[in-house]
Design a protein around this ligand. Structure first.
Ligand code: HEM
Ligand SMILES: *[C@@H]1O[C@H](CO)[C@@H](O)[C@H](O)[C@H]1NC(C)=O
Ligand SMILES: *[C@@H]1O[C@H](CO)[C@@H](O)[C@H](O)[C@H]1NC(C)=O
Ligand SMILES: *[C@@H]1O[C@H](CO)[C@@H](O)[C@H](O)[C@H]1NC(C)=O
Ligand SMILES: *[C@@H]1O[C@H](CO)[C@@H](O)[C@H](O)[C@H]1NC(C)=O
Length: 344
């Protein structure tokens, strides 16, 4: 009896999974005009909601940009919630995730998402801004635009509202029905990473060292917590002494781990090339930042970006589009979520 129930349950589940696969496979090619007939006001809605959010708090432009990075970079789905799916996991190739809104899913009693992963917990912020935008988008075009695409547009607008470049965002992503806390923990680089580790971790996503160095220029905006730069400002030698002393004032030797400091003190909320000028002056805030200018392969590029803001913008845009192309492998069950925090 128990065996029959189990196999019946398995068949039902397998049928459900196959139905999802048939109905919701991943779009292969993104296009900036994906919603031009189905949701013509989309870009205007996202832009004005981001303008409101950034007017309220400039840092939010940075926070949403980082959220997009952390969404896209988690793309080796290796854990499945339901153990019965292990069978399917062995039949189908392992799914890739990517820019699929997986970071937006809330935990439930039976589901562990990415919000609690080390690189995200008490660190990634702005989820409520995405909720607000999603509500406005749903009011204008119901059940049409994925949360993943909203995040991609919002990240672009955050950059531009703070003085950075703008670009047209390829669209047509679908939202995941899964998330992977384990992969969020292993796929995202940490602040203590070496140059070799950074190049490898971006290489794992088919991003070049040049893409990595250009994308790191995102640290021209936003804030970091004391716990992530403490050892750099107290113990490292490749740091400007005046800068280190000033940063130690905002980060005691012990305690106040969550106190934040801007990456770029002079123009904290302006998306410019000052990040690279800081690196050349040995004023990178994180260990991983200064790794880009510490006698290694990226020195020349950092120096070039420090003198050529236009080239930085061009390379940053190209790398953002490339990173934004990380997608779930075809066959991964996806959907357009109605609420970004939960699967339909
Ligand atoms: C290269 C490897 C990277 C490492 C090791 C790294 C690490 C970090 C860390 C530790 C923080 C501070 C978080 C906190 O204190 O809560 C941070 C903040 C930030 N990161 Fe990165 N990051 C990297 C690359 C990127 C990329 C590629 C982007 C986007 C394209 C990005 C965008 C940001 C932004 C905008 C902030 C500030 C967020 C805010 O103020 O809310 N980072 N990063
Ligand atoms: C949006 O569409 C979904 C699915 O078609 C439907 O269930 C829901 O009632 C709609 N919501 C609104 C506010 O129109
Ligand atoms: C990187 O590119 C290779 C070859 O085109 C492809 O097989 C692989 O899936 C890509 N990896 C990612 C994370 O997109
Ligand atoms: C460190 O920065 C200060 C302040 O910007 C500057 O005056 C000083 O020359 C720098 N020190 C070195 C060794 O570059
Ligand atoms: C932490 O920072 C706050 C606000 O800056 C300050 O009032 C407090 O004394 C600090 N605590 C410690 C342990 O340094």
């Amino acid at each position: 009896m128990a065996a029959i129930t189990r196999s019946t349950a398995f068949l039902a589940l397998a049928a459900a999974v196959l139905a999802v696969l048939a109905g919701g496979t991943t779009a292969q090619q993104l296009s900036p005009t994906f919603y031009s007939t189905t949701c013509p006001k989309l870009s205007t809605i996202v832009r004005s909601a981001m303008a409101v959010a950034v007017r309220k708090e400039k840092r939010m432009g940075a926070s949403i940009l980082r959220m997009f990075f952390h969404d896209c970079f988690v793309n080796l789905a290796s854990s499945y919630v339901c153990s019965v799916l292990t069978f399917i996991y062995h039949v189908l190739p392992p799914g890739r995730q990517g820019c699929d809104g997986s970071i937006l899913l809330d935990d439930t009693p039976s589901f562990t998402g990415e919000k609690g992963a080390g690189p995200n917990f008490m660190s990634v912020r702005g989820y409520e801004v995405i909720d607000t935008i999603k509500t406005q988008v749903e009011a204008s075009c119901n059940a049409t635009v994925s949360c993943a695409d909203i995040l991609a547009l919002a990240a672009r607008d955050g950059v531009n509202l703070l003085g950075g470049p703008t670009w047209s965002v390829p669209l047509g992503r679908k939202d995941s029905r899964t998330a992977s806390q384990g992969d969020a923990n292993t796929n995202l680089p940490g602040p203590g990473s070496s140059l070799a580790t950074l190049i490898t971790m971006f290489g794992n996503k088919n991003l070049t060292a040049r893409d990595m160095t250009a994308l790191s220029g995102a640290h021209t905006i936003g804030r970091a917590q004391c716990q992530f730069f403490r050892s750099r400002v107290y113990t490292e030698r490749n740091i400007n002494a005046t800068f280190a002393k000033q940063r130690r004032r905002g980060c005691p030797k012990s305690g106040n781990d969550t106190l934040v400091s801007p990456f770029d003190v002079q123009t904290a909320d302006v998306f410019d090339n000052a990040y690279y000028q800081n690196l050349v002056a040995q004023e990178g805030l994180l260990h991983s930042d200064q790794e880009l200018f510490n006698g290694g392969s990226q020195d020349a590029l950092v120096k070039m970006y420090s003198n050529n803001g236009a080239q930085f913008f061009a390379d940053f845009v190209a790398a953002m589009v490339k990173m934004g192309n990380l997608m779930p492998s075809s066959g991964t069950p996806t959907e357009v979520r109605l609420n970004c925090r939960k699967v339909n």
